[in-house]
Design a protein. Structure first.
Length: 222
């Protein structure tokens, strides 16, 4: 019953938020924010690898040892340092040369991806480096314009990152696009590898996998 209530809260809150970069400073009640923080959870390694294979099959790719996208433990700590953190948005973006990126944005209690909250940083998952909000906004807007009917970002609640931060062998998080092999819905997996021996011996077959992010559209946050 408790799980059903939580899912109902999430469904209601997702339905009332539009996929627009709003500057509204409205605050949300504790129950709503708690529901957002719970978005995302661990899935089996087997399921994650199967979904990655499905994505690569559709896109004529081969599974690589590591994803091109990632965030170090240090970058995650910067994102998590936002006061009142509710979650992190992983936004598709296209740079000036046409290359695809993921931009990571911490989301606070205003549920805004693009708020100017003090201490907020944006991380480019291609370089694991901070990126100026003006450039991040330009790149993500370019992706949205080029892909108006596609998913623009995936949102994971802060509880996921609390769990990840407690993994003793955490070095970095691989960010891996995937496809659910049942309904072909786009997924975004967060994979923490447990083999510390180096890149050539590290594959996504050995690690902890998180999924069940909330996509936009329909947008969980503004």
């Amino acid at each position: 019953m408790k799980k059903l209530l939580t899912l109902s809260i999430i469904a209601v809150t997702l339905s009332v938020l539009a996929c627009q970069d709003s500057k509204d400073e409205a605050k949300y009640d504790r129950q709503t924010l708690a529901a957002y923080k719970q978005i995302g959870h661990q899935i089996s390694n087997e399921t994650g690898m199967r979904w990655i294979d499905k994505y690569n099959e559709k896109n004529n790719g081969a599974r690589l040892p590591l994803s091109a996208y990632g965030a170090s433990a240090n970058s995650l700590a910067k994102l998590r340092s936002l006061e009142g953190l509710v979650g992190i948005a992983f936004h598709h973006a296209i740079d000036d040369q046409g290359a695809h990126h993921f931009i990571l944005s911490a989301v606070g209690e205003d549920l805004q991806v693009w708020s100017d909250a003090e201490g907020k940083v944006f991380i480019d998952a291609n370089t694991d480096a901070e990126i100026a909000v003006s450039e991040a906004s330009e790149w993500t807007a370019r992706y949205k314009e080029a892909n108006p009917n596609e998913i623009w970002f995936h949102f994971f609640g802060s509880n996921v990152f609390e769990e990840i931060s407690e993994i003793p062998y955490l070095d970095d998080v691989n960010i891996v696009p995937a496809l659910n092999d049942l309904d072909l819905s786009p997924q975004l997996l967060l994979i923490i590898l447990n083999n510390p021996l180096g890149i050539l011996s590290r594959t996504a077959d050995a690690g902890i996998v998180y999924d069940a992010s909330s996509p936009c559209p329909p947008c969980p946050v503004n």
